[in-house]
Design a binder for this molecule. Sequence first.
Ligand SMILES: [Cu+2]
Length: 410
Amino acid sequence: MKPTTQILLTMVFLLSTGFTFAKGISTNDPYVREVPPGQTNSATFLTLKNDSDKQIALIKANSDVAKNVELHEHVHANGMMQMRQVPKIIIPANGVTELKPGGYHIMLIGLTRKIKSGDVVDLNLEFDDGSKQAIKATVKKVMQGMMMKGGMKGMKQNGMKMDKSHLNPMPNLMRVFKKMPQKLNLSAEQTEKLKAGIAERGPKVKDLFKAITKYEKEILKATLADKPLSDIDQLATNIVQERLNLINSKAACAVSVKKVMNDEQFANLQAVYKENFAKKQEYSNDMKGKMARLKHVNPMPNLILVIKKMSGKLNLTDKQASQLKQWRDEREPVMENQFKTIIDLENQLQEAALNNAPPEKLAELADGIMQNRMKVMRGKVFCRDKIKQILKPEQYKKVINLYKENFMMQ
Ligand SMILES: [Cu+2]
């Protein structure tokens, strides 16, 4: 090869890599989640932008800060968020893929050193177009999934869809007004009055959602932190109290809407709601139904599930395994029954509210729901303490850590 040809080729090569660089993946805002001392895993988040006309995938990452670096995603499974490894993370042609809490992330497994806010971590990324990038990610405090502060707002800011259906069993009549006002034949004056009502009640309802979400996070945390039943009972009481407040506020909302409309309009509003928005909760016995239920009625950690799925890591003796199985066989039907009762009663409550049932009837159904919700939460504490009794302290500790590491959102 003549030197000139070689130079030419090198130049073409440089130009082409320059081209790929400009027209390939760019990274934005990489950061690593700060973790408390003793926790051995963390995660990296960033935005990947693809300026090329071809889809490109992130296929590998490594860093000296962790023994293992894996690409992960979060999936809804078993009634909670779980993460799992994925072979690649695709960035669509001329598109953006965000790695964020509750979604895709680069998992750092087995941290090789302590990391705290402000530290900078080096990462190398490899893409399926052959390109590589070295990036620096700053360590930051990131609110963690289920323990996220700021409730719904925090979740929304973190880009997660928040399913509120498990918080409110009452019909949300104002959805009709918001989504299909043309069906209601309202006068301008009525429209103004309803808008004013929403403006007034909206923030209060949001606060109730927030309060329930906050207490549900606290009860999860308290259960994992081995707090006694009395502490957890207090939190459970707060949860059902706020849930009752929410039901009452929805009932009050219906009353004030009724005042703005004439009888015919209100009956029509209920009919439109029934047709378009009312959803009966199904009670199906397949896995999906079971898991949806778990999420819906139970804010507590499901330690039995950890044992079921990760028993290989626990070194259970035969005796322990059979004791745990016996406990599970005993408890599961009881819990299922409580779940079923809650869902039945919530369906009845929705129907009663849409059929002008008297307030006493609504109160009675709401009360039944809350009694069973209390039972579920208390039952989970018994379950925790039973597991603790069967396992050795270090095994139990392992269960708690496995739960935190694998079943809580990164
Ligand atoms: Cu992960």
